[in-house]
Design a protein around this ligand. Sequence first.
Ligand code: GLN
Length: 489
Amino acid sequence: MSLTNLTLKAAIDGLTAREFTSVELTRAHIEAIEAARGLNAYILETPEQALDMAAKSDARRALGEAGPLEGAPLGVKDLFCTNGVRTTACSKILENFVPTYESTVTSQLWRDGAVMLGKLNLDQFAMGSSNETSYFGPVTNPWRAQGSNKALTPGGSSGGSAAAVAADLCLGATATDTGGSIRQPAAFTGTVGIKPTYGRCSRWGVVAFASSLDQAGPIAKTVEDAALLLTSMSGHDPKDSTSLDVPVPDFTQFVGKSVKGLKIGIPKEYRVDNMPAEIEKLWQDGIAWLKEAGCEIVDISLPHTKYALPAYYIVAPAEASSNLARYDGMRYGLREEGANLTEIYENTRASGFGDEVKRRILIGTYVLSAGYYDAYYLKALKVRRRIAEDFDNAWTKCDAILTPTAPSAAFGLGENSNDPIAMYLNDVFTVTTNLAGLPGLSLPAGLDANGLPLGLQIIGKPLDEATVFSVAGAVEKAAGFKAKAEKWW
Ligand code: GLN
């Protein structure tokens, strides 16, 4: 077994038992990253910094000062600001931006002893579902359909994070989820991803997309690894006014806990047209596994589900158009010259933003404009409220909800890139939790007929990640998903 095949938990155990050092573990990952450049998962490698952090970690361990993630090499989505290390949001407008501060989430990982391997690719400003809107080019999914060498998307926007974890280019990665960007890439790559309750993780130092929806979370190899990472990433931060001042349990304690007697809701509205039979079958498998583990399965209704996607694609662009107004070429980032101030703004934004980002800014500005505000933005906020109420009602009947994560397995690069609506439809099962602020976890539960991974999603009550982890642990155990992408890169 090579050091990069280890789970995060196994690696930490190995470090604790002095079977290898963090420098050795980190070097193995650096070599794996160098050999996998064709995947384009990392857009910036920081090997010197990684080895320096690893050496310091080994020294701390020698002094008996090991933190919970001591010595573990991780990847960071390039949406998290890293002090002195270029942070681009995979845009041209921030192509040369070097922050002078560290995001709260990443600083907590380093506080707990983790090592940074580099910055991971994503859809530009986290807008997309295939990683194809990145200014640095798409990421290729390490998975391929059986007998085919067609390049597939790892999903988006956290495509680099998901691909890097799936290809063993880090032990775990940070990611963000505004409408599904942790969970859909996790489903497409056979990895585990959790978007926690809105407010669990600080948004400070994370490049903003849609502030009322954005949440950070981990992508990892196992449910337990995801719990380990989320425990470190969570916590109150006075620098983010929406950060929740509530205790953070050790989430790992809930993985493996019995789920006997829990009520699991199955929402009938999560059956969409043209959903592959294999996904329906996987969902039924999940139901059977949880029944066997002692859960009670209850049918529930989330009647406003069909309005979630349209509401999301109004609220998210509206907030994005406001958040992205700060990129004006004046204070930081790209500046294109012009004859006057207005022309400088126009030239900078025209050249600095990609097409999808411009589309969002146009939509967002339109739905917020006088005359259309009530018809679109205000209406979408009302729908959002109804969706949250649907979940409130569901919680009177069940403790957690089981659904598929995405309506398909990974699709080909280029397949949906000219059809924004087809691309947006990927988020049909994931946007609801963002609109309602709830935790949602995706874990790999099976393969389709082409040998591609499929994910199941577990949605929990507000701040009840604990139950989500217990249910996910039970599904993981029953599914026995051990498949890995066959190495071709
Ligand atoms: N695919 C969705 C979008 O493009 C979600 C992105 C995300 O969660 N960051 O808006």
